[in-house]
Design a protein around this ligand. Sequence first.
Ligand code: NAP
Length: 297
Amino acid sequence: MSAPANLIDGRAIAEELNRATAADVAKLRQRGVEPCLVFVRVGEDPASQVYVGMKERVSARLGIRSTTHVLPAATREEELLALLARLNGDPAVHGILVQAPLPGHIRASRVYSTVLPGKDVDGFHPENVGKLMLGDTDGFVPCTPAGIHELLVRTGVRLAGAEVVVLGRGNIVGKPMAAILLQKAPHADATVTVCHSRTRHLAEHCRRADVLIAAMGVAEFVKADMVKPGAVVIDVGVNRVPDPAARGGFRLVGDVDFPHVQPVAGRITPNPGGVGPMTIAMLMRNTVRAARRATAS
Ligand code: NAP
């Protein structure tokens, strides 16, 4: 069966971006700069292992050198901060990514504010978060919302004046997503509503949306009757649901009830194959930008 015509093909758009990034890497290498990205993973969370593995493979494919530090789950916060300080001080390292989630005894806020803003390719340092809020395009923007923005722009979705509803106010997706789309800037200028677990009449907000972005981490939460016909629907969620028929006893689903929402939506991301590849593509682009800046003469 052929794919529905209204799918937003995140894999194909990510590949376009990756081709441009690979060309930028080649230019850097020509002048003797080898872009280098370092991953830090703490503990053996299976999803984190998969995510870091995917990022390593794309790095290698684009010519970006990557190394991964795997620390035991019991690592003390000070030890992790000491590693980050060493990486900050190493001129051969251009980007540093500390994979979330971190074990509960490590304060993510301390970790994110320790990575140098110029190497913070995840965009979580308070300086980069502040720049995003202020509309200063000089900082690094978190990869998942930046990738969603790129998807919307490259799909030709008109954002100026559009009603956008973001489901979820997390620091990794929801909040930066809202900040990107409400800027007074080209490819933004949207009217943004952010919903969360205390939002009243959430379905009514959703039904108003021209663009609905689901980033909650609740399996198949968005149903067909919550979506305005013709709306653009972006599914960010990655949720494990039990499935005795699947290998490993579970399968991954998004935050959107895809089979029922897809016929109502104007455009919709598949999941997987929508937001995930874009997140990685933006990470690669941020890394090249960090390398270019660190080595500009
Ligand atoms: P998060 O920080 O845990 O935020 C989840 C948000 O959803 C919170 O604001 C929470 O509200 C809200 N929420 C949860 N249940 C709700 C409900 N029943 N009704 C309304 N709001 C609800 O999560 P995150 O880090 O932003 O990630 C969100 C999802 O995106 C996860 O599934 C994650 O795996 C996925 N993700 C995907 C990618 C990718 O590349 N594809 C990247 C990053 C994240 P409160 O604030 O009130 O608690």
